[in-house]
Design a protein around this ligand. Structure first.
Ligand code: 15L
Length: 269
């Protein structure tokens, strides 16, 4: 059994943050919580903005690792993404470097490669080495975060596991999620593996359950010790009855990022 870790959880008030707050202590980890908003039921949580470097330094002091979930989780105007996700990740990495933190688990996203065509008709699964193809400014910020992680590993020996999360929610709510769903229990399994695997350097993994309709390759996640237990397929009959089979001629359904590929109403800028 790997030793439990003391972990700073940024974005603790968000959806994935709430799941990890519930489930990671069961693996023996001790969580220190941080969010820009108060975290319900957690009076000891640190309330701080990612622009506040002094607060970040204090928050990371003495932890074994950081799980960095904080930031905007959907498409938004570039200036907002720049402040929260791009500058915010930089401030967090700088604070971690200054305080000698050894590892960060970074919440990247499928939207870093959202323009990648989904494999149909037996085509190979999307490899973890597929080139960045962001579908939004949000996806672009996740590409930045992954490159930032690589820089801090190469220059400072600060390790990161970048988890390209699919759709992490209690249950899939559309047909796309039959491929991308990451169940809460598997999310905890994956973050536990990312916290405790030895010598990760900078490792990129896809984050989903063992879905029958998987689009991407979980090999690098499994190499960390991640053994997913759930499969979205149990939800397939109801979802397909409600929404129908995927339409390959629909651009949003033909690309990994789904509606992010076609929806963002941000141009002309
Ligand atoms: C994400 O990265 C988002 O944070 C989340 O809100 C979902 O949209 C998810 O991806 C998804 O693609 O389902």
């Amino acid at each position: 059994m790997p030793a439990p870790r003391t972990v700073l959880l940024t974005g603790a008030a968000g959806g994935v943050g709430a799941m990890l707050r519930d489930l990671l202590p069961g693996y023996g980890h001790t969580l220190r919580l941080l969010d820009m908003r108060p975290v319900e039921g957690e009076p000891d949580a640190i309330t701080a903005d990612l622009a506040d470097r002094a607060a970040l330094r204090e928050a990371v002091r003495g932890v074994d690792a950081v799980i960095h979930l904080a930031g905007i989780a959907l498409e938004a105007p570039f200036e907002k993404i720049l402040a929260a996700n791009i500058a915010g990740a930089f401030h967090l990495y700088e604070a971690a470097r200054e305080e000698g933190v050894r590892r960060i688990v970074f919440a990247s996203s499928n939207h870093a490669v959202g323009h990648t065509p989904v494999p149909r008709d037996g085509a190979p699964l999307i490899p973890v080495g597929a080139p960045h193809r962001p579908d939004t400014f949000y996806g672009l910020s996740k590409c930045f975060g992954e490159d930032l992680a690589q820089l801090y590993w190469d220059r400072h020996g600060l390790e990161t596991v970048s988890v390209r999360i699919g759709s992490c929610c209690p249950a899939p709510v559309d047909v796309r999620m039959l491929s991308l769903w990451l169940s809460p229990a598997d999310c905890a399994r994956l973050f536990h593996a990312a916290l405790t695997a030895e010598r990760v350097g900078h490792t990129v993994v896809y984050g989903s359950s063992a879905n029958t309709r998987l689009w991407w390759d979980l090999t690098s996640a499994r190499a960390l010790g991640y053994e997913p237990q759930d499969d979205a397929e149990v939800y397939a009959p109801a979802l397909l009855a409600a929404h129908g089979e995927p339409d390959p001629t629909d651009e949003a359904q033909a690309r990994l990022g789904g509606s992010f590929v076609t929806d963002p109403p941000l141009w002309p800028y």
